[in-house]
Structures are given as C-alpha cells and as structure tokens.
Design a protein around this ligand. Sequence first.
Ligand code: 13P
Length: 250
Amino acid sequence: MQKIIAANWKMYKTRPEARETAADLYRLLIAEPLSDRRVIVFPSFTNIPDVQEAFAGESTVTVGAQNFYPAAEGPFTGEISLDMLLDLGISQVLTGHSERRHLLGETDDFVASKTALALAGGFSVMLCIGETLAEREAGNLAEVLSSQLRTALPELQGDALSRLTVAYEPIWAIGTGKVAGPAEVLAAHAEVRSLVARIVGDAGRGIPILYGGSVKPGNASMLLGLDNVDGLLVGGASLDVQSFLQIIKA
Ligand code: 13P
C-alpha cells in the first residue's frame, strides 16, 4: 500500500520561500520517483497558487488547504469557504488540527461540522485527533479518541469514506521533539483503527491512519514500519527540503 507523507507548513514561509521549497522538492522527486509514496503539502492560503504551480504535472503530489470555514458564504470576516478553495483547484483539506482546537478554540462539534461539509462537498479530508499529556496521564486516551472520532464521523458512507484520512497526533509530541515511542504509537493506532471500524463499519478498515508529532528523518522509518501506520503528518521537519525528502524516502 502507498504510504502518505504529508507536510503541514502551518504559518511558515513567505511566497518566495514557499516557491523555492516546492521547486526544490519537485526537482528532487522527479529525479527519483517513488511509486510507493504519495505526498501532500499543506501550505498557507497565500502560498497555495505558487506551490501548485511548482508541482504542476507531478501526480504524486497533492496540494491541500490547512483550513476553511464551514458555511457556503456569509459575513465571516477573514474566513475562506470551500468554494473559494475549489476555485483554486484545491480538493484536499485538513480538519481538527490540535492547534486549531486548542489555540483557536475549535470544539469537537465545530470540527465535525467542517469535516461533514467538506466530505459532502466532495473534498478529501485529513481529520486530526489526539490527546493532551494530562488526558493521557489520567488514563483517558481511548475516551478522548473515541469522543473526537464519534463526533466527527457520524454515518459516513461509501464515497465519503474513501476520501477520509485520520491523523493521530498526540498533542504532547507536536513541536516538542518528544516523539511517541513505538509501543505508544502501536497502541494508539490500533485503538483508532478499531474505533473507526466500530463507528463507520467494516469499510473503516481501509481508512489510512497517519501519525504526526515530532516526526524526523531519524524516526520516520521506525514509525512507518509499525502496524496501522499508513503514513506521516510532518510539521517542523517538512519545512526543510532535505529533511522532508529523507522522511518521504524512509
Ligand atoms: P511537528 O512535526 O513539528 O511536531 O508538528 C506536527 C504537526 O502538528 C503536523 O500537523
């Protein structure tokens, strides 16, 4: 199965920087095509056209959007709709990222409405879930994952399911340099796999589950070798072409 390696550039890179990073990555990927990897890059809104242009014609790379507002249109100053993303040729979005949940106040219900609207609109959605350190230490991992998944994935069927990816990102491992250990990742991914199958039925078994949180060139291969790890969602280490390329090739 093709592994998915996704880059979340968060609020990093000016236009010239994004253009240069994407062009360098394109050149290196063309030089050594990898048939067992699919790459997704989530740049900031303002960098989307430049990054798309850099990857034009490269079918193994998808450019996605980090965010959107769950309404068709309206008085939502500063927000961007799914139709506006479609205008740009974007059909892949991220929902539920912990930075949006915890720094920008998105609740489980809000994440659910975004996920449902994007899937109904034909978008591919990468839904992020994950626990805080306090939740983990209190023994609430399964409960947190279950509640985040149950709220976000009610009654999904066939076509929508085929466009869903789940990214497990333990919040205590994001940007901290603390990667979850193999046993922790194995256990969490097995839990996510079984929760998804319980919520959406057997078809849920085919939904890719990505790991995210301090992924680096040095741990990518170990993580990709674990059961139920179908890819990686990379923050900091995706900003540098060489380190991201090493992760893609891991
Ligand atoms: P880091 O790889 O920088 O820990 O970020 C992970 C992340 O939040 C990806 O969405």
